[in-house]
Design a protein around this ligand. Structure first.
Ligand code: IMP
Ligand code: MG
Length: 188
């Protein structure tokens, strides 16, 4: 029994993902050609995307991490927590490129962006692996994005469901039974 059995269909194959990242890496490279910048990878979800992305950007950059969690064990958002913020001198006066796995309601990235600006970042742009515009609840569009997705809960390539599936090398939609079984277990 492998994780693949829980996936109903594949939305983006590994080859499609890498082609999408190549495209976005070129856009980012052009945008920052003459400027220092720091890639801020939002953990845990963006670690896979960020590591493939930065290796396709052939200009100087620095790397920082922070952790944001808005999801408990289900598919509905909970309270947002931001941890492990970069130190003041990694933020103050810097051009930051916030990298996240998915822009869904947009609440996470908006809150993180505002916090980084409050701490003195010169500029904060956003780069997301997936964009789910149908679910947007705040006024935020990504500056860079690899793919748009419809309103499905997706997993793989860093994205989790209840902490699992991040290691799938593709993006897939979970079988409905998997989601409803977890809801039943959680009493939802
Ligand atoms: P937002 O604040 O609603 O934009 O949610 C952003 C976070 O929710 C992402 O960084 C993901 O961790 C999680 N998330 C949103 N949609 C999905 C999904 O379809 N699959 C897995 N995680 C998701
Ligand atoms: Mg998540």
């Amino acid at each position: 029994m492998t994780l693949h059995n829980d996936v109903q269909r594949i939305l983006f194959t590994e080859a499609e993902i890498l082609a999408g990242i190549d495209r976005v890496a070129k856009e980012v490279t052009q945008a920052y050609a003459q400027r220092d910048f720091t890639v801020v990878s939002v953990l845990k979800g963006s670690c896979v995307f960020a590591s493939d992305l930065i290796r396709r950007i052939p200009i100087p950059l620095e790397l920082a991490f922070l952790a944001a969690s808005s999801y408990g064990d289900g598919t509905v958002p909970g309270r947002l927590e931001i941890n492990f913020l970069p130190t003041g001198n990694e933020i103050e006066g810097r051009n930051l490129l916030l990298v996240d796995d998915i822009l869904d309601t947009g609440k996470t990235l908006l809150a993180v962006r505002d916090e980084l600006l409050r701490r003195g970042a010169r500029e904060v742009r956003t780069c997301v692996f997936l964009d789910k515009p149908a679910r947007r609840a705040v006024d935020l569009q990504p500056d860079f994005r690899c793919f748009e997705v419809e309103d499905h809960f997706v997993v793989g390539y860093g994205l989790d469901f209840a902490g699992r599936y991040r290691n799938l090398p593709f993006v897939g939609a979970l079988r409905e039974e998997i989601i409803s079984a977890a809801r039943t277990r959680n009493g939802a």
